[in-house]
Design a protein around this ligand. Sequence first.
Ligand SMILES: Cc1cc2nc3c(=O)[nH]c(=O)nc-3n(C[C@H](O)[C@H](O)[C@H](O)COP(=O)(O)O)c2cc1C
Length: 215
Amino acid sequence: MDSENFEEKIYPLGYEPQTTPEKTDPNVRNQLLDFILHSGPSEVVDTDLFAVMAKRRSTRKFSTKPVETEKIDKIIAAADTAPTAGNYQGFEIFYVKNPEKKKQLIPACNNQPYVNSPVVLVFCKNPTRVKFDFPEYVLKKFAIQDATLAAGYSQLAAQALGLSSIWIGMFDEQKVMDVIETDLIPSSVLCIGYPEQTKFPKPRRNLKDLVHVVW
Ligand SMILES: Cc1cc2nc3c(=O)[nH]c(=O)nc-3n(C[C@H](O)[C@H](O)[C@H](O)COP(=O)(O)O)c2cc1C
């Protein structure tokens, strides 16, 4: 994404947060991020992290109700709070706003129609940002973890904001890259919106089958 060059604007061209600090100061650490995370009003449905986790359920049917910009801001900001290897932030977020491109993502994602959701975020790996002096395969491994974790944070943030989402991992990498016009490889496509209906969470394995105690 191209950044705007206007001196005080620190957000990308085509995406302006709902509210921004009156005066942005590049010397203040995480100023915009903290401002967005703390700003209101935005209907935070659940502030209990564990309740958010317990209630989250993938949605493949979204209502046509648009998602408020301030919620999108928080979802994106949440991704930016995730830990990353060496804090190098080896990932990028492509916020697909163009309705035509959203439609083009459907065939790129194995013809899954719900990809055309109110908010579509493509998380891409960017191993070139990871400046460790390690072999390339390690940097790539870090970048996929960075991108995945960031998307997970966004997914939980969406849930906390009363939204729902579907994580898309089944896609043709090159086709998605062609649609969003990047040479960075996507790790996931996160589709977000208001659910048509709220469903119960899906069952999971018993803890005894999941956890393997190593003495
Ligand atoms: C790595 C990964 C890839 C996934 N890919 C897809 C996908 O391509 N299409 C889809 O409909 N759901 C996909 N999902 C969503 C899962 O089907 C869903 O998370 C799972 O059934 C558990 O349901 P829950 O999220 O409601 O707990 C994916 C989830 C993950 C974590």
